[in-house]
Design a protein around this ligand. Structure first.
Ligand code: ATP
Ligand code: ZN
Length: 288
């Protein structure tokens, strides 16, 4: 029997999304013990039950309401075309579905794909791409090790998931087109009851706080008071930086939060205008 007061979340059982999915839930303060080799587990401190499944099955389970929410790659979601809501991009599991061809093969844009035999695990996404570009080609669906297909004569080219491109390179292939940019997303069933919607809101609040924190750093630095105006001009802060006097007269300590993207550039500029003893601290949660 389902316990109506638990939010059931489907995550990948093992594979590239497993670690990051479980880590995200743990960062949200959700206690998950003995997750290794379990098919399901209930948290002891948050009303959530985790189902561990193959990633390909997750959209279907969520559409059917067997799970309330799930974590899955946009690539799987696009391929499966299930009626579920995408609620939040999670920032991990980043990859792209790309077309790759043997290194020596000439390429002059999508028209070069005409008549090719393409091996892929994503026939729907690849088929849509070909249709959009008015290309006729034959798609050979295979479930794994797509990158070796041209080498063994199964296909001319491939459409496969790529992150660094290393696997393609090692198999003598080069990437020529991106079909889809993908990352892990949180999906939800269309038919959540009120109780579960409330739990989902709580979970989302925590996920967003974790995401913001991961993107930010807490900065502490010392500065001579006469340099403070230039230093403060460089710092956005949440409202404004905190400035506290140091024991040594004429000096202050400045505290603020910096965005990861602008971080290195700002640190260099801060040093140039006289900041010293710059301390950078990771932030665990950030609630705005
Ligand atoms: P399962 O046994 O659950 O079906 P799988 O073999 O289909 O696992 P993985 O290889 O673990 O899947 O990949 C899971 C997801 O990780 C992919 O669907 C994709 O969203 C994401 N991903 C991120 N980078 C890559 C990559 N370089 N290659 C493949 N998938 C990647
Ligand atoms: Zn899979």
């Amino acid at each position: 029997m389902n316990n109506p007061s638990l939010l059931r979340i489907a995550v990948q059982k093992s594979g590239r999304l497993y670690e990051d999915s479980v880590h995200l839930l743990k960062e949200c303060g959700i206690d998950l013990r003995n997750v290794k080799d379990r098919l399901r587990t209930v948290s002891e401190n948050f009303p959530i039950e985790v189902f561990f499944l193959r990633d390909d099955d997750i959209p279907e389970y969520v559409e059917d309401g067997v799970a309330d929410i799930g974590i899955v790659g946009q690539n799987v979601l696009g391929e499966k075309d299930r009626k579920v809501n995408t609620i939040e991009q999670l920032g991990f599991g980043k990859c792209r579905l790309s077309i790759a061809i043997p290194k020596a093969m000439p390429y002059a844009g999508v028209a070069s794909l005409q008549g090719m035999r393409i091996a892929t695990s994503y026939p729907v996404l690849v088929g849509d791409f070909l249709k959009r570009n008015n290309i006729t080609a034959s798609i050979h669906e295979i479930s794994g090790s797509v990158e070796i297909a041209p080498g063994i004569g199964l296909s001319d080219i491939v459409a496969d998931l790529v992150s660094s491109g290393g696997t393609l390179f090692m198999n003598g292939l080069k990437e020529v087109e991106t079909i889809l940019d993908s990352q892990a997303v949180l999906i939800a069933s269309n038919s959540l009851d009120v109780e579960r919607k409330i739990i989902l809101e709580k979970l989302l609040f925590r996920i967003r706080a974790v995401k913001k924190a991961n993107k930010s750093k807490y900065i502490l630095l010392n500065a001579p008071n006469d340099k403070l105006p230039q230093i403060l001009a460089l710092l956005p802060g949440m409202r404004s930086p905190t400035v506290l006097p140091l024991a040594e007269s004429g000096w202050s300590s400045v505290h603020t939060v910096l965005n990861e993207q602008e971080f290195w550039e700002k640190i260099e500029k801060l040093k140039e205008v006289g900041a010293e003893g710059i301390l950078v601290i990771p932030i665990e949660k950030l609630v705005l």
